[in-house]
Write a protein that binds this ligand. Sequence first.
Ligand code: CP
Ligand code: NVA
Length: 310
Amino acid sequence: MDKKVRHYLQVADLDRQSLLGLIERAIELKEMRKKGIDYMPATGKVVGMLFEKASTRTRISFEAAMYQLGGSVSFMAKRDLQLDRGEPLADTARVLARYLDCLVVRTYGQHIVEELAKWSDIPVINGLTDAHHPCQILSDIMTVIEHKGSDLASLKVAWVGDGNNMAHSWIQAASRMGFPLYLACPAGYYPDEEILAKARAEASYPIEVTEDPVEAVRDADVINTDVWASMGQEDEALERKKVFEPYQLNEDLLKHAKADCIVLHCLPAHKGEEITEEVLEGPKSVVWDQAENKMHIHKAVLEWAMNLRD
Ligand code: CP
Ligand code: NVA
């Protein structure tokens, strides 16, 4: 990867200071927006959004972020591009880089964003792959900081559910940003061993995986969950529903966490599956702030990637 181009493909691409810097900047940009201060450093810039999977939050919050920064967006569903008829990723990346200033990609394999980045001399930002969701995690941690303060190391963070793309981004974030993380996943649905091993090798705090959701959430300050079947796993949804049933985030499970814990979910939520309506809509849930923060984080990521600050 060309070091001069600011790609962001997974959390581990950035060091602690850069990750926390993006969150701090997003908090400033949020404050500016709330005060009605216009900030348009992206005038004349165009961001491409190449999406192969559905999206409500990531797509619209990136688009709104770019428009608010004074720039424009070109949305590309993969099925409408020659890419879908066999044009190589390398050719697509080199051509798009001649038109655009940054490319946000949502796709399946992590190798696809890596290949695009390899051939692109504009920044490539991962807007979700099967393996990582590195922008989402920044919004999540921004939300934690807003509700629990910036001393992340003092917080016990729990993950309950699938060892999926979001779990991987939490694992890398725990290692890079320094906080204890306890994941509860059913056997056979643990996070990727290599991602886990690399993160643990660098971590200053424990990153533990158990099959027991009570153990993971015991005295936790922050509890996360996500869908049981991610995009691309629709065929496994029924089978997963049975396996994941003991991992539902409900009032009974929450009794084991700290009384003032907060609940996060990157959304979309399947109420009655991974989370009950009572918990999602209850006083511990911060999911709507979390969704809003995606837009502020995306502004900070775009500003950094395109080097828009003086
Ligand atoms: N959380 C998130 O990435 O949502 P979308 O799939 O709607 O973009
Ligand atoms: N794990 C989910 C996250 C959606 C934002 C998925 O990949 O579908």
